[in-house]
Design a binder for this molecule. Sequence first.
Ligand code: ATP
Length: 234
Amino acid sequence: MLDIKGLSAGYGPVVILRDISLGVEPGSITALVGPNGAGKTTLMKTILGLIRANSGSIVYDGADISRSPSHSRVDGGIALVPEGRMVFAALTVEQNLRLGAVVPRAHGGALERLEEIYRQFPRLKERRRQLAGSMSGGEQQMLAIGRSLMAKPRLILLDEPTLGLAPIMVKKVFEIISQLRADGYTVLLSEQNSKLALETADHGYIIENGIVTLSGPAHQLVDDPEVKRRYFGM
Ligand code: ATP
């Protein structure tokens, strides 16, 4: 579904991503793991078109989108759930969800989708009139994921969804991510919770200093002694 080759990108003259090649299979979970500042967020933003690629290609559904504007990538079904959730704190849960459907792709059937999201996340339904800013971190993450689903995505980019959450909510968020795959979505996940991410994912990429240093089936990476030593502190 997503095929990235030789991608380099950064901020002005500062090059962050260097020669990244990466593939995401439809209906799978692909995990990007690596230390703080490795470039995972930069990669997600480049896939969405918020940062321009300096070189390389990003092929989505067979078409090179690396020069397309961000809005056309969103309209093609790519959604980003940003690091830090970025919910609108002063709006209610339902207002946040409805904002997910403002993109042209999502205009038809938005009400039905809202009901579907409420079935999937009963907690959001219970709290639909509550201000998003007064929800817990885990609930806000659920809301950010629900909001992205309102845009009818096919590929969901999840940037550090468990950051700052209590262990029980971390587990819950990973259950939600597995459920997204079961529902047919394709997920590209960036995580510092490397072990849980690789245990949940189908495929994994380790990113350090803007380059892919290791990749493979996630179950193999989980058992790799070098990965265990460097990323799981074992
Ligand atoms: P984290 O999980 O800590 O966010 P990350 O792997 O997602 O880490 P990025 O956020 O992509 O890493 O950051 C990669 C590098 O890009 C870092 O060195 C960071 O300082 C730099 N960077 C990020 N945003 C900008 C910016 N707007 N201008 C210049 N440099 C930036």
